[in-house]
Design a binder for this molecule. Structure first.
Ligand code: BTN
Length: 263
């Protein structure tokens, strides 16, 4: 993984911080960002002891099977500049995985990457405020990719619902044709490239193309209650436009949805 810079068009070795083990690459990247680290700063670890996911969940980060990385971006000073980063990052990661591995990767709103209806990658985007101005300092895009399937022992140590929900890009006996460093570099290059142009929202068309939920029945939680809806569209800010059973239209901006895959 120390050879990422060899394969990247966007970053060089001086901005890459590599760890065998860390609590969370997002925590470290946020610390670096708040001390002024430049855009493109990348934190990569072979394993995480407290990998974090969205909605306060843990992200399983065992050694030798995943890519755990956090990239510092500086999209602007206004918090609205951070809005497109979440969905732009999903498009970028989906593109990188598709191009490098040939897998039919898709996006499950907001920004999970799914292959064959199982989660292969999660993305956690966090805004870093500047305490002296109250404005946006930077955005950290944390990406966890399930790369090579670990041993049954490692899988069995994960919570049951996680075991059922996730997949890996490569099986345990496969020899991957790409290295984690090559895929990491491609992901970094795509994230930087898509986010650079994110303000014009051109990537939304690609987001819709890769979406695995549009046109499907979904369930989301609102005010503590489960609600059924039809996923209809993605708006320019990455919001999910849904058709409710009473024929009204709602736009969801965050949260978690589940999909009835069996439709
Ligand atoms: C999710 O599935 O809800 C998002 C998972 C994001 C995981 C990545 S792994 C690298 C980075 N460091 C973290 O602690 N989380 C992100």
């Amino acid at each position: 993984m120390t050879d990422i810079a060899l394969y990247s068009k966007e970053i060089d070795a001086s901005v890459i911080h590599f760890f065998d083990e860390i609590d969370s690459t997002n925590n470290y990247a946020k610390e670096l960002a708040s001390k002024g680290a430049p855009a493109g700063t990348l934190v990569v670890a072979a394993s995480q002891t407290s990998g974090r996911g969205r909605m306060g969940r843990a992200f399983q980060s065992p050694s030798g099977s995943g890519i755990y990385m956090s990239l510092v971006l500086r999209p602007g000073e206004d918090f609205t500049d951070a809005v497109p980063v979440t969905s732009a990052a999903a498009v970028a990661v989906c593109r990188a995985i598709r191009q490098m591995t040939g897998a039919d990767a898709g996006i499950k709103w907001v920004n999970d990457i799914y292959i064959n209806e199982k989660k292969a990658c999660g993305i956690l985007t966090e805004a870093v405020p500047d305490p002296s101005t109250g404005k946006l300092d930077s955005v950290v895009v944390g990406i966890g990719i399930n790369f090579a399937k670990p041993s049954q022992e490692v899988i069995k140590s994960m919570p049951q619902d996680v075991q059922e929900r996730i997949t890996w890009l490569y099986g345990s006996s496969e020899k991957p044709p790409v290295t984690p460093a090559q895929l990491t570099a491609k992901v970094v290059d795509e994230v930087i490239a898509v986010c650079r142009e994110a303000k014009n929202r051109d990537y939304i068309a690609e987001y819709k193309k890769y979406s695995v939920i549009l046109g499907r029945q979904i369930v989301f939680i609102s005010a503590g209650e489960k609600q059924n809806a039809l996923a209809q569209d993605i708006d320019k800010d990455g919001g999910l436009v849904v058709l409710m059973p009473d024929n009204t239209i709602k736009t969801l901006f965050s949260g978690e949805i589940s999909v009835r895959w069996a439709d």
